[in-house]
Ligand binder design. Structure first.
Ligand code: HEM
Ligand code: CU
Length: 596
């Protein structure tokens, strides 16, 4: 534990190379293309992720058209329905959410919030983005190759993923696997930066237990990703070999189209284990940054310290650890031993404990707060509701006997969209509304923001609530059309129409958001340095937007945690982390709310 006294503060290290000339990029290319400024890299990541995310959004709209109005649109056939399902799922999970939370928010926020000038390895950080972009381009290319993109489902299960009959079996699947491998290489370069920067580049006084929860969430998610992605990486490589060289890592002896294939002795179930060893932590790779960001948005907008900071940190650590022990709850129908299922059901339900703690703490932070219903706050509260909803259905699916009949139905699709699509996307929006002023120096338009929130929030419920019911009826997922199964009543089709209309409205309303992003960049109200009157370091920079090197000549020194809001006796209702204690002379005495 470091106790910072006033006298030590003048030892805050100045810029290592004081001569700005040596240090700052001078050319356009150095500034914006091969940029080594984490803030620029963050924006590059964010723009790329949002652009490819829009592709995935359009794909979901097309799928919904087919499900709501079957056989009306001749350009959708069963094969490309499967391709759209696959590409939509993979893009949303990996190329949008993972890239945006870690590459986008991680890059922008980590150095600023821990009080560093930049990431510790700026060059590697820059390469990380370009490798990511390459992975995205490979993925996009798969739409245009002969046979088109893969239709294996985002889980890419062999043997079917690489056998004739699955769309995109020539080029599509290979491009997908290679693109994933590149994504992981790019991510690893960025991820090492995020972890080392948090561990090594925190400014004086910024102890781990004074880190804002946003940073805790991103930090822990990065560690999970660094541990989980290798499982996907080796699976992708092994499957590529099975596909191109005819190895049999995942392929058993089997007959396809009347022909006995040369594969022999491989294990498709092994792939499932590897995939979900990555796939379940992936949920938390997306969720933990969202948890952290929401904690900070709630604290700022309720003008209250976060309830149970230490408990929140420990919950993040516990969730991170446990998330590696639950993967096989995705495999209850794979024919596993019932005891194995019992083990995974138990760990799955245990993870609900730290998760529920977080929810209680958010609610207790709101309790009797001075709540400002700003747009970021609306999104944060919307997240809590949606996350509780998705979490509750997760408790059902975590139990083997409940999961078995529901597995493979729209109930699962509804569950995971609530918990890992709508919830984190709400946080993404909240975070963009919150930090846009720091990035651009201007506020996003509030009226457009509120409109965007309400349509997106209510619309999401209109899409996913009825979908749970479709799942109960037995409507299967990844099906182009329901056909005339006797057990599915006709009314299911009416519901499907309603869902589609809601999905189209939600999709179209995102144009308002994009318009707001562009319009406000030029015409938005100037924000000043700290429009939300927040305590964390990124709001205390000498310039807005912050210049290269973030903090001007001297790094800030941190004296307190990130949650000194409405401190009794303080002149302002917030005390920035870098504000020295009022009782300077008294030296070491702790400031109010101090948690060192
Ligand atoms: C308005 C927004 C969205 C709509 C309307 C939508 C719609 C759909 C539809 C219709 C399917 C296919 C269902 C099926 O036939 O099995 C699907 C699958 C999926 N979606 Fe979304 N989605 C949206 C956003 C998201 C987001 C943000 C994520 C990010 C996590 C996501 C992740 C997935 C995944 C992983 C699948 C499964 C793909 C598969 O089965 O292989 N979706 N979505
Ligand atoms: Cu899981």
């Amino acid at each position: 534990m470091t106790v910072v006294t006033h006298d030590e503060t003048h030892f805050a290290p100045p810029a290592e190379i004081a001569e700005a000339e040596l240090y700052h990029p001078k050319t356009f290319v150095g500034k914006y293309i091969w940029s080594q400024d984490a803030k620029v890299i963050a924006v590059q990541y964010a723009i790329t992720a949002i652009a490819i995310g829009l592709v995935a959004l359009v794909l979901s709209g097309i799928m919904r058209l087919q499900l709501g109005f079957p056989h009306t649109f001749s350009f959708i056939n069963p094969s490309n329905y499967l391709q759209f399902v696959t590409m939509h799922g993979m893009i949303m999970v990996i190329y949008l959410l993972t890239a945006l939370f870690l590459g986008g928010f991680g890059n922008y926020l980590i150095p600023l919030m821990v009080g560093a000038r930049d990431m510790v390895f700026p060059y590697v950080n820059m390469v990380s983005y370009w490798v990511y972009l390459f992975a995205v381009l490979l993925l996009v290319a798969s739409f245009f190759v002969p046979g088109g993109a893969t239709g294996a489902g985002w889980t890419l299960y062999p043997p079917q993923a690489i056998l004739p009959g699955t769309p995109g079996v020539n080029w599509g699947i290979t491009l997908m696997l290679v693109s994933l491998a590149f994504f992981i290489i790019g991510f690893t370069m960025g991820g090492l930066n995020y972890v080392v920067t948090v561990l090594q580049a925190r400014t004086r006084g910024m102890t781990m237990m004074r880190l804002p929860l946003t940073i805790w969430g991103i930090f822990m998610a990065t560690i999970l990703a660094l541990l989980a992605f290798p499982a996907l990486f080796v699976s992708a490589i092994m499957m590529t070999l099975d596909h191109t060289l005819g190895t049999s890592f995942f392929m058993p002896a089997l007959v396809s189209k009347g022909q006995l294939l040369t594969y022999n002795g491989g294990s498709p179930i092994l792939f499932q284990h590897l995939f979900w060893f990555f796939g379940h932590p992936e949920v938390y790779i997306v969720a933990l940054p969202a948890f952290g960001i929401v904690s900070d948005l709630i604290s700022v907008n309720a003008r209250k310290n976060i309830f149970g900071y230490r408990m929140m940190v420990w919950a993040i650590l516990a969730i991170g650890g446990l998330s590696f022990m639950v993967w096989a709850h995705h495999m209850y129908v794979s024919g596993m031993n019932p005891y194995f299922g019992f083990f995974f059901a138990t760990t799955t339900l245990i993870i609900a404990v730290p998760t529920a703690l977080k929810v209680y703490n958010w609610v207790l932070t709101l309790w009797r707060g001075d709540i400002h219903l700003t747009v970021p706050m609306l999104y944060a509260i919307g997240f809590i509701f949606t996350f509780i909803n998705g979490g509750l259905t997760g408790l059902f699916l975590g139990n083997v006997p409940v999961d078995i009949p529901l597995s493979g139905t729209m109930f699962v699709v509804a569950h995971f969209h609530m918990v890992m699509a709508v919830s984190p996307i709400l946080v993404v929006f909240g975070a963009i509304y919150h930090w846009y002023p720091k990035i651009t120096g201007r506020m996003l338009n509030d009226t457009l923001g509120k409109f965007h929130f309400w349509v997106t929030f209510v619309g999401s419920y209109a899409i996913y609530y009825p979908m749970h019911y479709l799942g109960f009826l037995g409507v299967p997922r990844r099906y182009f059309a329901m056909g005339t199964s006797v057990f599915i009543p006709e009314s299911a089709q009416t519901l499907n129409k309603v869902i589609t209309i809601a999905a189209l409205i939600v999709g179209v309303v995102q144009i308002v958001f994009l318009y707001n992003l562009v319009w406000s960049y030029f015409k938005g109200k100037p924000s000043g340095p700290n429009p939300w009157r927040a305590t964390t370091l990124e709001w205390q920079t000498p310039h807005t937007p912050p210049h290269h090197g973030n903090f001007g000549a001297e790094l800030p020194v941190v004296y307190r945690w990130a949650y000194d809001y409405s401190v009794p006796g303080a002149t302002e209702d917030f005390i920035p982390q870098n504000q020295p204690p009022a009782n300077r002379a008294a030296g070491m005495q702790q400031a109010p709310g101090e948690h060192s």
